[in-house]
Design a binder for this molecule. Structure first.
Ligand code: ADP
Ligand code: MG
Length: 301
């Protein structure tokens, strides 16, 4: 099969592992810098160009689109979809998952466990907003933050009030969330491929840190998850329309709750903590699912 990987950096662990896994399974694989792909949007004849060359014949595309290039990256991916290339994750699903509020609304519609979350626009509504999520301590999040940046724990009512006011004053979009204290600064990263959780790790924030992100100094260990956690992770990925997803769960007193659903989950942490060949499982999934001209959306939406 001829497979494209959209990635800004071929040296990244995840990109290297996907190339290696594809080559091991005798595929022709090429890493494309998504920002160097440009396109011709002509009626019925969508084309993709790359550094002066026309790209053709890719049967599958693996998007590894960073948060900072979501807009351009999803447009390039959509063009591949229009050309009949099978996307590991569809552009619409990636766009959906990048917006935390939209994701939570979709998950809530499916009855998936979530931390109680509020969203408001006007400072006039702050008091009721705080009450809605059960009062302080509570978590305040920038809607488009990643890697733990833009996630704040307000321990007291006063702190919550002033942080929310400050963010609103800056016209930042935020959500306010019940603090799941019992999670103890840890979360579960469930790596979903298709309808299965193929690997799981527990991430523990460093001493005194409630955020478990590895980028914030958290550490990963192997963990066994319950059938309920497993089915919550798979349902969350399916609700977003993602074939491959990193679903982050917190263990709360009211069962597993979904933190977020990541559409380009990193491979380094999960492969090194579990010893599993996740890259190989991704390529195997593509082999099973991709047929040229059989993209599900053909660039719809
Ligand atoms: P990001 O996209 O920046 O990773 P997250 O929403 O995943 O933002 O939050 C980062 C981390 O902060 C989570 O992995 C979790 O450890 C912690 N966290 C976030 N929200 C809550 C919450 N409501 N209760 C307890 N911990 C939380
Ligand atoms: Mg996160």
């Amino acid at each position: 099969m001829k497979i494209a990987i959209l990635s800004r950096n071929p040296k990244l662990y995840s990109t290297r592992r996907l190339v290696e896994a594809a080559e091991n399974r005798e595929h022709e694989v090429r890493v494309l810098d998504v920002l160097r792909c440009y396109m011709n949007i002509t009626s019925m004849r969508p084309q993709m160009h790359y550094k002066g060359e026309r790209l053709e014949g890719f049967e599958a595309v693996i998007p590894r689109i960073g948060a900072s290039v979501t807009f351009y990256g999803t447009a390039v991916l959509r063009q591949f979809e229009m050309m009949g290339t099978y996307p590991l994750n569809e552009s619409v699903a990636i766009t959906r998952s990048r917006d935390k509020l939209r994701s939570l609304q979709l998950l809530s519609r499916k009855g998936i466990g979530l931390p109680v979350t509020g969203f408001a626009h006007k400072p006039d509504d702050i008091q009721d907003l705080i009450k809605m999520v059960g009062g302080a301590p509570l978590v305040i999040k920038l809607l488009e933050g990643t890697q733990g940046i833009g996630v704040v724990l307000a321990e007291t009512h006063k702190a919550a009030e002033s942080v929310i006011e400050a963010f609103m004053g800056l016209k930042a979009n935020i959500l306010v969330q019940e603090f799941i204290k019992e999670a103890g600064g840890a979360d579960l990263r469930c790596f979903v491929i298709g309808d299965k959780v193929v690997a799981t790790m527990k991430r523990q924030g460093k001493e005194g840190e409630f955020r478990s992100n590895l980028h914030r100094g958290g550490t990963a260990t192997v963990v066994r998850i319950t059938p309920e956690e497993r089915s919550t992770a798979v349902r969350a990925a399916q609700t977003m329309g993602l074939n491959v997803a990193g679903v982050d769960l917190l263990r709360s007193n009211h069962g597993p709750v979904v933190m977020e659903v990541n559409s380009s989950p990193g491979l380094e942490g999960i492969e090194s903590s579990t010893g599993k060949d996740v890259a190989g499982a991704i390529i195997a999934f593509i082999e099973k699912s991709a047929t040229l001209g059989k993209t599900r959306t053909r660039g719809r939406g």
